[in-house]
Design a protein around this ligand. Structure first.
Ligand code: NAD
Length: 351
């Protein structure tokens, strides 16, 4: 056994069908009584329903959360928080809404209760990505970690199938990178492999029947595990390249992860074959090809060109993805990254 150190993120997790009914008790448990409920415009109705359930405990609703946590939206939400005399936030939604709750907490240390409705995993990380003047920066701080996370599979039944698939593959990407992370430990590896296993088993069931609550439960359980390792260990090539592509070409978050995952996994596999073996075993023995086959079977997007990336952009993407050095189990070689991008652009199956 290699030496390791392990910092556990201190959060309370409440999981189960109907768990969202506990939200008032969870707010009280934090010593709070005046919540600002957050959502995107798309989930505004759900936020209103939640606020109605909470009665006087919900002192306001702010339904303008947006992708990549724009600072101007956060500033507006801070004003709403102050005006309502709130003492905590309840974020109901996926990474965009959770990002807004984190951005508020980063500024005023507001306690956060999150009701997570996608598989992206942001709810269990102390990481906040925010954008200002078109520039995305990432901060890590203990204040950013939500205090309570409620996972209620019932609230994920409305997540459209295509989004469930890409969000699930996005979650898997955290776990794939966690098994070879420089600062991994035996417990994060257990969580990562189990998280991928759960999502591998669950996603086909969701595609077959989006209202299958057992599959929804299994997927949310997997997403929790995958998010937890994202918040605990460092990420490498896959997350860097998705960040680069997403930021430079304004690509959708989960779809970009879904397309890139088989290719980044195949790139790193030769360098960390032993670490990736438990994952390869879940996908027929080959991690890159196996993940690609799995994504294809779910009708996931496979090609960057379908996200409006132009062939002429690939050289620039390869330059940007290789210009700032970062840790990766296999050296980052410009030519090999350019070839990886070509395969991802075309949507061809990696070996
Ligand atoms: P999202 O939060 O942007 O959600 C996409 C859309 O789906 C939104 O309109 C949302 O309201 C809707 N939606 C969410 N759940 C739904 C449900 N159950 N039913 C119906 N509609 C639903 O998407 P996401 O992929 O969860 O989050 C992406 C964002 O999260 C990105 O900005 C990404 O950078 C960030 N993120 C951050 C971290 C972190 O640790 N900081 C981790 C993962 C993702």
């Amino acid at each position: 056994m290699s030496a390791f150190s392990y910092n556990v993120n201190p959060a309370r997790i409440v999981f189960g069908l109907g768990a969202w009914a506990n939200v008032a008790a969870e707010v009280s448990g934090l010593g709070c009584s005046r919540a600002l409920v957050l959502s995107t415009p798309f989930q505004a109705k759900d936020a209103e329903k939640l606020a109605a359930e909470l009665g006087s405990m919900a002192v306001g609703i702010f339904s303008e959360a947006a992708m990549h946590t724009p600072v101007e939206v956060t500033e507006k939400a801070m004003e709403a928080y102050e005006a309502a005399g709130a003492d905590c936030v309840i974020a109901l939604g996926g990474g965009s809404t959770i990002g807004l709750g984190k951005a508020i907490a980063y500024r005023n240390d507001a306690p956060q209760v999150v009701i997570a409705t996608t598989y992206a995993g942001s709810e269990v990380t102390p990481i906040l990505g925010q954008t200002e003047n078109g520039l995305k920066t990432t901060v890590r701080d203990a204040k950013i970690l939500p205090e309570v996370v409620i996972y209620d599979p019932e609230l994920t039944v409305g997540l459209p199938v295509a989004m469930s698939v890409t969000s699930g593959l996005n979650a898997m990407a955290h776990a794939v990178e966690a098994v070879y992370a420089e600062n991994r430990n035996p417990v994060t590896t257990l969580m990562a492999v189990e998280g991928v296993r759960a999502l591998r088993d669950a996603l086909p069931g969701i595609v077959a029947d989006p209202s299958n609550v057992d599959a929804r439960s299994e997927a949310l359980y997997g997403a929790w595990l995958c998010g937890t390792v994202l918040g605990t260990v460092g990420m490498a090539l896959h997350h860097k390249i998705c960040h680069t592509l997403g930021g430079t070409f304004d690509l959708p978050h989960a779809e970009t992860h879904a397309i890139m995952l088989p290719h980044s996994a195949a790139y790193n596999a030769p360098a960390v074959a032993h670490e990736m073996q438990p994952l390869a075993d879940l996908f027929g023995g080959s991690i890159g090809g196996g993940l690609w086959d799995f994504a294809k079977s779910l009708n996931a997007p496979l090609a960057l060109r379908d996200l409006q990336v132009q062939h002429a952009d690939l050289d620039r993407a390869a330059d940007i993805a290789t210009q700032n050095p970062y840790w990766n189990p296999r050296p980052i070689e410009r030519q090999a990254i350019r070839e990886l991008l070509q395969r991802a652009f075309e949507g061809s199956r990696p070996e």
